[in-house]
Design a protein around this ligand. Structure first.
Ligand SMILES: [Cu+2]
Length: 656
């Protein structure tokens, strides 16, 4: 819940922070008043939005706000906005009250409700207040019996999870607001709360009516003997510590921030935190000889899909959509100075509304820092030696969704590249099994759906798919998508060579999946209105990184609602309402919604405003080294200037 004193204090001091330019400070608090049209709702605006709705008679103090966020102004208006110009502020809210769901658009400038409508048959994201399910479960006699059979009483230190059930629910539960829950023994180590599963048992909870609907008991599985903990803390087995290796800016930071607008090297962009998608990077421009040229209007995560691969009744439904079902921004964590980000980084506090619509402060939830790569941005050795060090700017946030700690990075290079990276750490989701090692009789059966990663613990196979929404506006909104096909050209007999390859440019005329093999050629988003000095349309190239795609069958209900995860690249025509790859309401939703739906009408994207959707996929076949703490694993893709400039962007970087 919101600490209002903290909020008020924050509002008071933030006026001072408004005009500060780094490097004087290493921590930036939210501004009291919106400074820029893209700023997230301020504490005052969050409270105003709630009171405008209440005073209009539409809500009471029972109202809950799964969504309360900035409703952005029209794109053209935002692109043309300049500092000092007035702007209208609006909020978008999803309101739950007495089992009903409403969507509201609130004009904060005029204190008016502009739109209010009921939405039938949807379940907004899980509320934080719904996540405490222990007591509810223990009040049920079926649960008491099942737990007693496993040696637990109501005083036992256990932790029960609030898990979204996915799209396939028993018919008798239709229309109810459901969470599934399985529990963990946390007697040994609360930090590793997901380490010791109480297996074969789950509760089905109607959180709307606060009742346990059913208890599924597949039979007792002995507690695993492998107890994850930070036992190294209590032992002398730490490896010898090393002398410090640090990132530092001894003469001060090169980053300047005004309000929420960041400038670094040739880059300028706006950053805010959204409760649903986490960090939102907007209005990305690149300073080309004094001209700020648009590259992207907005970039953020749009959805995540994490399907597990175990057919058991207590596992088969596990296919979380962490962004839409829980909220990446809401679950973002405090970044630790010196380990999560360099100690010298700039740390940003962000304001978000809680479930009841009260503002609270997420402290140190975004970090921004420069880092040297220890490698050259460019080098050449001729008569003399030239070498230019590579330094890049990183914007980072770390949402923690249950057992996983994710990280989302936006990395800006001095060469005009923009890397978008997703990291995963934390703890694997494990299943307790009878076998303690592969030597045991039941091991073959027990490890059919994952590798044993600890004694009596199987890390169930799963995927992590991150959908990034990349609204590129390369030199304006009028863009086209072209694909550089690499084709083999046969040469006639008698030539030295029998084959070479050449590039055939192909226009992608319509919305939809990009039907290309990643890496065989390259997609570019190019301007229809601007060319570089050589006459090429200015553009940015998608340089795909590592991606695994979903291999679930198309008729799998879990896959149907995440159709985007089967293909790495989708293209759509810009629509300000098309934000989330699985639609506004993924929770419990069996209907296909989102990207596949939007692309189905095959709108033309020729000389239009194009949005690129990229899936970063990571197939997680678990391993012993994941247990108990999984070392951070990164996956990424790159946006690269391609004939965007007239020449190399690094020739004006001062060599060392
Ligand atoms: Cu994983």
């Amino acid at each position: 819940m919101a600490d209002m004193n903290a909020v008020k204090k924050m509002v008071g001091v933030s006026l001072m922070a408004l005009c500060l330019i780094l490097p004087q400070i290493a921590r930036l608090q939210p501004t009291a008043e919106p400074f820029h049209p893209m700023d997230g709702l301020t504490a005052v605006e969050i409270e105003a939005a709630v009171s405008i709705l209440r005073e209009s008679g539409r809500t009471s103090d029972r109202a809950r706000f799964p969504t309360l966020t900035l409703l952005e102004n029209e794109k053209a208006e935002v692109w043309s906005w300049r500092e000092g110009m007035p702007f209208t502020r609006r909020a978008f809210a999803i309101v739950m009250e007495d089992g009903q769901v409403f969507e509201a658009e609130i004009n904060l400038t005029d204190s008016a409700v502009e739109s209010w409508q009921q939405v039938e048959g949807v379940q907004p994201r899980v509320l934080l207040e719904e996540t405490a399910v222990n007591d509810l479960l223990w009040a049920d006699s079926r649960w008491q019996e099942a737990m007693s059979a496993r040696g637990y009483d109501p005083n036992a230190p256990i932790f029960c999870t609030p898990l979204t059930p996915g799209p396939v629910l028993p018919a008798e539960f239709a229309g109810r607001r459901i969470l599934y829950s399985s529990c963990f023994d946390i007697a040994d180590d609360e930090l590793m709360a997901f380490g010791l599963p109480i297996e074969g048992l789950m509760g089905i909870i109607d959180v709307g009516n606060q009742e346990v609907l059913d208890v599924i008991d597949l039979g007792v599985v002995p507690r695993a003997t492998d107890r994850p903990s930070l036992e190294y803390e209590h032992s002398s087995r730490y490896r010898p510590s090393m002398k410090p290796v640090i990132i530092d800016t001894p003469e001060g930071s090169n980053i300047s921030i005004k309000g929420s607008t960041v400038s670094w090297d040739n880059w300028h962009f706006h950053i805010r935190t959204d409760q649903r998608v986490g960090p939102v990077v907007s209005l990305v421009t690149y300073d080309d000889q004094g001209e700020r040229r648009p590259v992207a209007y907005q970039i953020s995560v749009s959805e995540m899909f994490v399907p597990y691969m175990d057919p058991a009744a207590t596992w088969s439904w596990k296919a979380y959509m962490d962004v839409g079902e829980y909220g990446f921004g809401l679950l973002s964590s405090v970044l630790q100075r010196g380990s999560d980000c360099p100690a010298s980084a700039l740390y940003l506090d962000q304001v978000l509304p809680d479930d009841s619509g009260s503002p609270f402060v997420l402290e140190d939830s975004v970090c921004i820092f420069e880092r040297p790569l220890g490698s050259p941005l460019w080098r050449h050795v001729g008569e003399t030696i030239a070498s230019v060090p590579a330094v890049e700017l990183v914007v980072r946030m770390a949402p923690v969704v249950g057992n996983y700690d994710y990280m989302v990075d936006y990395v800006f290079s001095k060469a005009g590249d923009l890397d978008i990276r997703a990291g995963a750490a934390g703890i694997d989701a494990v299943k307790a099994v009878a076998a303690q090692s592969l030597a045991d009789l039941s091991a073959e059966e027990d490890t059919a759906h994952g590798n044993m990663i600890g004694n009596g613990l199987v890390g169930i196979n799963h995927d992590h798919f991150f959908s990034f929404r990349v609204d590129l506006d390369v030199d304006g909104i009028e863009n086209r998508a072209v694909y550089d096909n690499v084709v083999t050209e046969q040469l006639s007999k008698g030539d030295t060579r029998r084959s070479i390859w050449r590039v055939e440019e192909e226009l992608i005329p319509e919305e939809g999946v990009l039907q290309k093999q990643m890496g065989s050629g390259y997609l570019r988003i190019v301007s229809n209105t601007k060319t570089n000095k050589l006459g090429y349309q200015t553009g940015y190239q998608l340089y795909p990184g590592h991606n695994s795609m979903s291999v679930l069958s198309e008729d799998d209900a879990l896959q149907e609602r995440a159709a985007w995860s089967a293909k790495p690249v989708w293209l759509t025509r810009y629509d300000s309402k098309e934000l989330y790859a699985s639609g506004e309401y993924p929770n419990q939703n069996a209907d296909v919604d989102g990207l596949e739906q939007w692309a189905a009408d095959e709108d033309s994207i020729e000389n239009e405003d194009i949005v690129l959707w990229y899936t970063v996929g990571f197939r997680h076949i678990t391993r012993a080294e994941d247990w108990p703490g999984m070392p951070t694993l990164w996956h990424s893709f790159r946006l690269r200037p391609f004939n965007f400039l007239d020449a190399s962007p690094v020739m004006d970087v001062v060599p060392e």
